[in-house]
Design a protein around this ligand. Structure first.
Ligand code: ADP
Ligand code: MG
Length: 319
């Protein structure tokens, strides 16, 4: 059977990992942005890992080696930030080819180190091997104060759904590159995670939180599945940058589709009680309200004028 016949990457993970975990220290295993392990009264441990494969996640035609190194750090840090946590330590594994130059990896590390320094991340180990394409993997360890931990399963009926910054910029850039058109491509080539400072401020007020790796639609579905709730997204409130709108126009594509089904924006989606929003705004205001959490029986949909549109699945490597 092909993986897409089973239902895609998330179905495969579910299918393969059926063993129940009885260990009382494990607060969250598979199924969130990070695994969460009980450690001390002050801190839970967070662990996340993400891989980048040549010609799937990046290619050498569009990306500089610095950008690849930087993106590897940012995508991993983003998962720690989305739990309300602080990234601390990293393990880096690389599969290089026989033709790889020292200069290439030096540049890669410039980008890697700049991003790691920005987030206070220390490299403590890894693994190096040979293959036929580049494969880079990072594992990041972090901590979170138990009171700040934001799981995908923490959404409450009646919560507002919010998102930081703008969405769709990464996919807009990707489509410009694919179609060999000029425009703003940095959203795709050089994405940045929100900082742990920002994540922690949000976490003081938020219920559920997740980062945007596969598109707003997919992230809302994750929150709804894990929290056993429904949701409505208000189509017209989805935040798009001027660059993204311009790029979509030039491509004759739909900027809202980029935001909903593109991904790799690494913004934060969180749910929050309506009356907590003014308090959060006093400390952090780069976010917009894009929907609300509903009872499960109402489903998960997008409201566009008077239309109710079901949410499609987000990006899937095996779709
Ligand atoms: P994210 O996009 O936030 O990085 P993923 O979509 O990569 O998260 O993964 C979703 C969940 O599935 C995570 O909890 C992750 O640890 C788990 N997962 C992904 N691949 C595997 C695997 N090969 N084995 C076990 N768990 C996996
Ligand atoms: Mg994530």
């Amino acid at each position: 059977m092909k993986i897409n016949e089973l239902g895609g990457e998330f179905a495969l993970i579910k299918y393969l990992t059926t063993k129940r975990i009885e260990d009382p220290h494990i607060i969250k295993g598979i199924g969130d942005d990070c695994a969460v392990i009980r450690h001390t009264d002050e801190n839970h441990l967070l662990i996340t890992t993400d891989m980048m494969v040549q010609d799937d996640h990046f290619n050498l035609e569009w990306y500089t080696p610095q950008q690849i190194g930087s993106k590897l750090v940012e995508v991993n840090v983003s998962d720690i930030v989305a739990m309300g946590g602080i990234p601390q330590y990293a393990f880096f594994s690389m599969s290089l080819t026989r033709e790889t130059s020292v200069e290439f990896m030096e540049s890669f590390f410039q980008g890697f180190n700049q991003a790691a320094d920005r987030h206070g991340l220390l490299l403590l180990g890894g693994d190096t091997t040979h293959g036929y394409k580049y494969v880079f993997n990072l594992t990041v360890l972090g901590i979170v104060h138990p009171s700040l931990l934001c799981l995908r399963s923490d959404a409450v009926i009646g919560d507002a759904i919010c998102v930081t910054g703008n969405l769709g910029g990464s996919t807009a850039g990707l489509n410009l590159l694919l179609n060999k058109k000029n425009g703003y491509t940095k959203g795709h080539l050089q994405p940045q995670s929100r900082t742990s400072k920002e994540g922690q401020i949000i976490a003081r007020y938020a219920h559920a939180m997740i980062d945007v790796s596969d598109g707003l639609g997919s992230e809302i579905n994750h929150i709804c599945n894990e929290s056993n709730v429904g949701a409505c997204i208000f189509y017209d409130t989805i935040p798009l940058s001027e660059n993204t709108v311009q790029s979509a126009k030039a491509l004759q594509m739909d900027a809202h589709e980029f935001a909903l089904y593109g991904g790799e924006d690494f913004e934060l989606v969180f749910t929050i009680k309506n009356n907590a929003i003014p308090f959060l705004k006093k400390e952090f205001n780069d976010f917009s309200v894009v929907g609300e959490i509903l009872p499960k029986k109402m489903g998960v949909y997008i409201k566009k004028q008077e239309q109710k549109i079901p949410i499609k699945r987000g990006f899937d490597h095996f779709a």
